[in-house]
Design a protein. Structure first.
Length: 33
């Protein structure tokens, strides 16, 4: 049961990192251009 929660949290964290990456990279590219 605990392992399922941990994997679920890992997936959420990964999704958050993807969201941050997808929003930050174009923003940084726009600022640098």
């Amino acid at each position: 049961f605990y392992r399922q929660i941990k994997s679920f949290l890992d997936i959420l964290l990964c999704a958050d990192l993807v969201c941050i990456y997808v929003t930050a990279v174009p923003l940084i590219g726009y600022l640098l251009s």
